[in-house]
Structure formats: C-alpha cells, structure tokens
Design a binder for this molecule. Sequence first.
Ligand code: PLP
Length: 450
Amino acid sequence: MLDDLNHGIDWQALDAAHHFHPFTDHKELHEQGVRLITSAEGVYLHDSNGNKIMDGMAGLWCVAAGYGRQDLVEAATKQMSKLAYYNTFFKTTNEPAVLLAQKISQIAPEGFEHVFFACSGSEAVDSALRTARVYWQTLGKPEKKIIIGREYGYHGSTTLGASAGGMKDMHRQGGDMPNFVQVLPPYWYGKGGQMSPEEFGLYAAKEVEKKILELGAENVAAFIGEPIQGAGGVLIPPETYWPEINRICKQYDILLIADEVICGYGRTGKWFGTDYFGIKPDMMTTAKGLTSGYLPLSAMLMNNRVADVLINETGEYYHGFTYSGHPVSCAVALKNLEILENEKLVEGATAKGALLREKLNEAVGDLPIVGEVRGVGLIGAIELTADKRTRKFFEKNGRVGAICRDHCIRNGLMMRATRDTMLFSPPLTITEAEIELFAAMAKKAFEATY
Ligand code: PLP
C-alpha cells in the first residue's frame, strides 16, 4: 500500500503540514526539510533521495539485531494470527508474555524473578519510580519518597521520568515534580578536573552520600542511574563509582534502580550494564534492545526483596497499561533474544567494540579536536574539545558537534551529537568490514569539521 503511494507525493511538504515530531525545532526542520527513510537492512538505512546511510546509532540505540530480519517479521505475523491482543489485567495472561518473563528472569542477575511489562522505556521508568513509592508505603515508611538522579541523566519523557532525569529543558516543561533531585554525574572527561578517573569516581559517588545525608535517609526512596549515561553523552563511570554506590544504597537502605534502557540486552558485551559494572540493583528498567525496536515493549524487573513485598503485602498493585504484556511484542522479543543468543551478538559486542574504538582512534584520534574515544562494548563516544591537553569545551556549546554530525550524515554515517560529544551505538550485527568503513567515513567527516 505504501509502495503504491511512494511516487508523486511531496513527502516533505506533507510532513511539514501535518506531522509534529518529537524533540524537534519545527521551524528549523521546515527550513531544512525532513529526510524520508524508506527502508533498511542490516546496518544500512535508505532514504527517498537514494542515499544509503550506515546507522551508527542503531536507530535510537535499539536495533540490536539489525534491520530487515524476516525471522522477527515471521514471529510477529505468526503471533498476530493466533492472538493479536488480549490484556493481562483481570487475572488473564498469554503464552508469549509468560515465556518472555521467564526468559528475562533467566538472563537477569540472580534474584530477579519478576517482570512487569509496559511499552516504552519511559513507562518502565515511571513504573519503577512508582513501585519504589509503593514498596516504602507498604513497609509503613511513606515519608521515604525522594528520588535521587543525576545531571545529564535521561530517564524518558513522561513527567516522572523527566523529573528523575537531569535534562533542564525537560524540567522547564513540567518535568520538575517535587521529591526529585539530581547530583553530579560520574563524567570524568567533563567534570573530573585535576582528579584521576578513580579519584573522581569515588568523589562523584560520595556526592550521592552527601545528598542523602542532607535530605535525611528516612526521606529518600531510591537512587536511579543508567549504568552508562547514554543520551547525556555516553558517560562511562570510572570503575570506582558503582561499587561505592552499591555500598551507599545498602548502608542507608535506599533502593537502587538501574536504568538499563540503553545498556540492557547486550550493548555492553554483557546481557546488562549491571553485569558489566557489578551493580547491585533492586529494580531494572529495560526496553529498546528487548525487541530490537521492531515493536514497542519495555520490561521493569524487580528483585525478590521488592517483589516479595509487592506480591505478599501490598494488596492490589494499582498500576498498568492496556498493552502491558502485549502478545505480539512479547513474541517478537522472545525471537529477538533467541537471535542475540544464537548469533552470539552479546559476547561479540566486546571484541567488535574494541575493534571499532581502535579503528576510530587510528582514523581521528590525532586530530586536534578529538579529546578521547571511549566506549564499552558497542556503545561509545568521541569527545570533541577546544584543547586536547586541558579538555576544554568549545565556547558555543553544541555548535561543533552539530557541524560534525552533519558532515557524518553527508558522508553516509549516522552519528548523534550531545553537546560536542559524538555518540555511536551501531547494531550488534555490524561486521569487521563495516567497522572499517565506519571509521573511514568518520575520518572524512571529522577532518571536514576540523
Ligand atoms: N531511559 C533511558 C536510559 C533512555 O535512554 C531512554 C530513551 O532513550 C528512556 C529511558 C526512555 O525510553 P523511551 O523513549 O522508550 O520512552
């Protein structure tokens, strides 16, 4: 049907007339025009102007298994023919939801046996934040309700998620609910000053402790953090950070929520960022890589400490979504996890990521504007700087990053810029030859920027 419509339509004009986009300056969009993505396979996107673009971002960090997979299409259509929809309220369930909950609990860290389904990462985060409140209320401590997050944290676009995150523009829109605070992120390159990464990791963790003492532990429900802060600039914490956060949350009896929406399902070379860093969370929020983005689905995982209270003491859990446990999304997720396992894409991300960083370092590492190439598995960033030696930022925050991003796209490579940091997270299916090409395209784009 769409193929029939593809000709003779001014897609840019039609889009401008009716389509209001997320996270977009519409005036700028209408001046510059929108790019119509028409198809994709493997790591490549195709647009209506005939361009073939390597997707260095896996969509929005989500297309782990690569584009155009018929096995995922078949899983969806098979389930859709059998049971396209039924809800999981009112004492009903469906086969894919049960099997997926079991599968997730098998790959999750020990002690995570219960899974709640929603559609988006934002909904998973919203669910975890509310669950933290329910947990403490059930235990007779309703005053424990403050959530501690971090500057540059991103926890989605619902009002609670935006309030937990550290994006100031989102706070101004009303994502500034009471009982949410943010502390220093473990962003050594930008905030580490003269400290070594290890010293700074401890220092940033101690900022959480300082905040708890200031607020009173009896008022704090949870600390929420992405194992690696993704949208905030792929901020990889020094190795001293998470062990200290584990200690602090335990000592002050504060729930620890790991927001694994980006890191989860293999991006770091482990199933979860929690496994990579040795984080000891009470809840985990996941989405994106769960279905490789083929259908919307998210999962909020609870450990037994939380689940025991919610199941045995809370009574009715007064929260849920029409599409919680959607059978078709769950069937696709099951097939997707099978692909990640069978094709060894999770463990493969470690070596591929190392190769990509090596090639990027060779390609752009010596340029004066490149401060560092960093990453874990297949998530990473290239920090642009006005002064390599002092790690100084550019005068006008984000300008050079935007120029570099545009050069990347012009050279056939989709990368994203946060401030002046260039981000990458390609599909886990990327091959060695594609990694070489990725670096070659980045070289051209970065040289043009410099
Ligand atoms: N949490 C993290 C860490 C994310 O990166 C995102 C999205 O990028 C979200 C939550 C929100 O997910 P969604 O856009 O699916 O609502």
